[in-house]
Design a protein around this ligand. Structure first.
Ligand SMILES: Nc1nc2c(c(=O)[nH]1)N[C@H]1C(S)=C(S)[C@@H](COP(=O)(O)O)O[C@H]1N2
Ligand SMILES: [Mo]
Length: 329
């Protein structure tokens, strides 16, 4: 058992702004739990993002059709899908609309079959350039054919050992690494080979390819935390590039707004297609004052995260995630 006695404190800054609730432990030190605390996110804690209510699909009636620019349309039902050679692997999903990935980014262990194992039998015509997914909730999106044929692209039907939860796409969703959540359609009903297609979000100005950008998120401490001068704190979070830069090589933390950087420890990882969890043990200075904590990553291909990433609204955010905190005596 961890010795722990939480005391809730509502702080007020000098500017008179109410700070969020903070916790101190039995020793009177602020305590920041590791966040994320586990490599795999439980199904109930995994973020949910969708255009409408989750459709309830009965598997007895579910059948996925592969149509369009093919010589031999394929029809696959749930039982046939389960009989195929499965792959079980961890994958992280991140929403394109989430700044840096502060909330809408989680990791799970999924089971499914490579999409290409299904497409292979359909006789794809040379004119086909994209694979269009039509979903039971009305959502639709397209993936370039050469990206869709990668062996890592899966039709997933299990999440953390359970049947895919309704909210996450039951019975079948796509896992399309290297691309933001928008390109990972849920509740797939129809797969159509086509020359081109404008998807649901692209029609509203979002990036049609949606490659994941290198980003680092600080999940603990939270913005606006008060920190005891001279204490020892743990700063923690996650870094992710979805394999687009070869995975994460190292993470650094700055507690002075980006002037000086210290190496963080990557304490959990699985593959470049999953998030890298990091932590940094910080000996807090004795002087009180307001500070900025930021974090950045270097990828295995040498890419270093830039300070001035844009909040590129339609292409996914980059740049440093910055936390404002206050050291107090
Ligand atoms: N059918 C369908 N699939 C969808 C969506 C949707 O609205 N409908 N939203 C997409 C978006 S924007 C994201 S970020 C991911 C989120 O997946 P999750 O809800 O399982 O976390 O689903 C994607 N797949
Ligand atoms: Mo998303």
């Amino acid at each position: 058992m961890k010795r722990r006695k939480f005391v809730k404190i509502i702080g007020v800054t000098t500017a008179g702004i109410v700070m969020p609730v903070r916790y101190i432990n039995a020793e009177g030190l602020p305590e920041f739990d590791l966040n994320p605390a586990t490599m795999v996110t439980e199904n109930d804690d995994f973020y949910i993002l969708q255009i409408d209510k989750a459709p309830e699909i009965k598997v007895d009636h579910w059948q996925m059709a592969v149509t369009g620019l093919v010589t031999k349309p394929v029809f696959l039902n749930y039982q046939q899908l389960l009989k195929m050679e499965p792959v079980t692997t961890q994958r992280t999903l991140k929403c394109i609309g989430d700044p840096i990935g502060t909330e809408q980014m989680n990791n799970a262990e999924w089971t499914g079959v490579p999409l290409r194992d299904v497409l292979e039998d359909s006789g794809i015509k040379p004119k086909a350039k994209v694979v269009v997914f039509r979903c039971a909730d009305g959502y639709h999106t397209a993936v370039p054919l050469e990206r869709a044929m990668r062996k890592e692209v899966l039709l997933a039907y299990k999440m953390n050992g359970e049947d895919l939860p309704v909210e996450h796409g039951y019975p079948v969703r796509l896992l399309n690494p290297g691309h933001y959540g928008v390109k990972n359609p849920k509740w797939i009903m129809n797969v159509m080979l086509a020359e081109k297609h404008v998807g649901y979000w692209e029609a509203q100005g979002w990036d049609p390819i949606a490659r994941v950008k290198l980003a680092t998120v600080i999940r603990s401490p939270e913005n606006g935390t008060e920190i005891k001068a001279g204490s020892v704190c743990t700063v923690s979070g996650a870094a992710f590039d979805s394999g687009n830069h070869g995975g994460i090589k190292s993470v650094e933390v700055s507690v002075d707004g980006g002037t000086n950087w210290e190496p963080a420890e990557i304490w959990a990882k699985d593959s470049p297609l999953t998030w890298y969890l990091w932590k940094y043990t910080w000996q807090v200075a004795e002087q009180p004052g307001e500070i900025e904590i930021c974090a950045r990553s270097t990828a295995n291909n040498g890419t270093i995260q830039e300070v001035n990433g844009f909040d590129a609204e339609n292409g996914g955010a980059t740049g440093y995630h910055t936390i404002d905190a206050e050291i107090q005596t």
